[in-house]
Design a protein around this ligand. Structure first.
Ligand SMILES: Nc1c(N[C@@H]2O[C@H](COP(=O)(O)O)[C@@H](O)[C@H]2O)[nH]c(=O)[nH]c1=O
Ligand SMILES: [Zn+2]
Length: 404
């Protein structure tokens, strides 16, 4: 099957992504394009889903790199598997080739992301596959990285290797949505997560919030945290909720816990500074409360002063640090300003079937300055799911209201 148009749209001339050409890359990696016909056989799909299963073993650990899995099949049998464990280490294909050894010659390799074609921290996988003598490469999605962007596929085809692109493309994209966002927008993907009652409250009028949702929903949140690079809260959340923001699973990735606080008027004995099992970073402004900074440093907390502390500045800083995904677990005021500044692209709202009442009880999103319903930010690609006794609503902000 010739499906080269997918690749043709993603050429390396898109190295400098702008508003005009971003949509081309988005369609090349399988976003914003009309549903396509199923590509590949059921066996191809099964092998690609196995790649994604392998890729997930490194969940939360690969940034700024993507999650990638690879499977080598010879005569209908899997002869090698691999995944990318973290940035700086070999790519998924390399591990799969090592496992397959000589059996890679004449075999088919399935990879969830287009094989790279550049010398980065590691040599190009395209050359590795050519040297190993594989006969066919089945790719999940095109790599939006301008250093690759179709070049890996072109190189393999030029070497006479059959390449099929787009098998389980949507699932492949879903797994790496944060990596794709990082590449296209030069910011981490911002995910706003909150838990509210049926009448839209995140706490009682007196600020009590433990717990709004069921145990099942809370363990879903722990899994979500483990898949992210950082979790952000504001000073208010530290003062009022004194959260741990941990994943509570021994083996899981521990995201960086980030607190945004302009004046560092924070409690000296917050759980965050007292639990060294996950790293913590406090973002503040130049010259804020030097005594408190010293106290934090003594407790192993990292402090970074930014020239002005806004959600976008925080995201720009976390982008420079190599992060792909940031989970906003803050209160309504910070959430509203993060949304207004385009620091949130995705929303995960847990809704508990409880009513708490209280006209001044806090709500998940503060003032956005809207006066009419027509200004409402309607989520797109919305999914609803039951988690324990709660409902999880998941969706994305429309691009125009939210592009950087
Ligand atoms: N992890 C991964 C790929 N990642 C691609 O390579 C880039 C990182 O290159 P490097 O610095 O050398 O690790 C990353 O941004 C992405 O475009 N490619 C692959 O063929 N297979 C893999 O498993
Ligand atoms: Zn590679």
């Amino acid at each position: 099957m010739d499906n080269s148009p997918v690749v043709a749209q993603a050429d390396a001339s898109l190295a400098n992504y702008t508003q005009e050409n971003i949509h081309l890359v988005e369609s090349a990696v399988g976003l914003n394009s009309p549903p396509k016909e199923k590509i590949g056989s059921d066996f191809d799909s099964r092998m690609m889903l196995r790649c994604l299963e392998l890729a997930r073993r490194a969940l939360g650990r690969t940034s700024p790199n993507p999650l990638v899995g690879a499977v080598i099949v010879k005569d209908g049998e899997i002869v090698g598997e691999g995944f990318h464990p973290r940035a700086g280490e070999p790519h998924a294909e390399v591990f799969a080739l090592r496992a397959a050894g000589d059996r890679a010659r004449g075999a088919t390799i399935y990879v969830s992301l287009e094989p790279c074609n550049h010398y980065g921290r590691t040599p190009p996988c395209s050359e590795g596959l050519i040297q190993a003598g594989v006969a066919k490469v089945v790719v999940g999605m095109v790599d939006p990285n301008p250093l690759v962007a179709g070049g890996g596929i072109a190189r393999l085809r030029a070497a006479g290797i059959e390449v099929l692109v787009g098998v389980e493309e949507e699932a492949c994209h879903q797994l790496n949505e944060a990596f794709v966002h990082r590449i296209l927008y030069k910011r981490p993907l911002g995910i706003l997560k909150y838990a509210m009652t049926l009448d839209g409250k995140i706490a009682t009028t007196s600020g009590h919030s433990a717990w709004v949702t069921s145990q099942e929903a809370r363990s879903e949140v722990h899994q979500l945290r483990a898949a992210c690079d950082a979790i952000i809260v504001g000073g208010n959340t530290v003062r009022q909720d004194n959260p741990y923001l941990t994943t509570r699973q021994v083996e899981a990735h521990k995201p960086l816990r980030v607190v945004m606080s302009r004046h560092l008027n924070l409690p000296e004995n917050a759980h965050l500074w007292q639990t060294a099992d996950a790293p913590t970073l406090v973002l503040t402004e130049k010259g804020a409360n030097p005594d408190f900074q010293e106290l934090l440093l003594k407790q192993g907390v990292e402090v970074v002063e930014l020239t002005s502390l806004t959600p976008d500045k925080a995201m720009a800083y976390l982008y420079e640090r190599g992060f792909c995904s940031v989970l906003w677990e803050c209160g309504g005021t910070l959430a509203a300003s993060a949304i207004a500044q385009g620091a949130v692209q995705k929303v995960l709202a847990f809704i508990a079937p409880k009513i708490i009442g209280g006209s001044i009880a806090p709500t998940p999103v503060g003032d956005l300055g809207f006066t009419t319903m027509t200004e409402a930010l309607s989520l797109e690609r919305v999914r609803w799911r039951v988690v324990g006794s709660d409902c999880l609503v998941e969706g994305y902000f429309p691009k125009k209201a939210n592009s950087q």
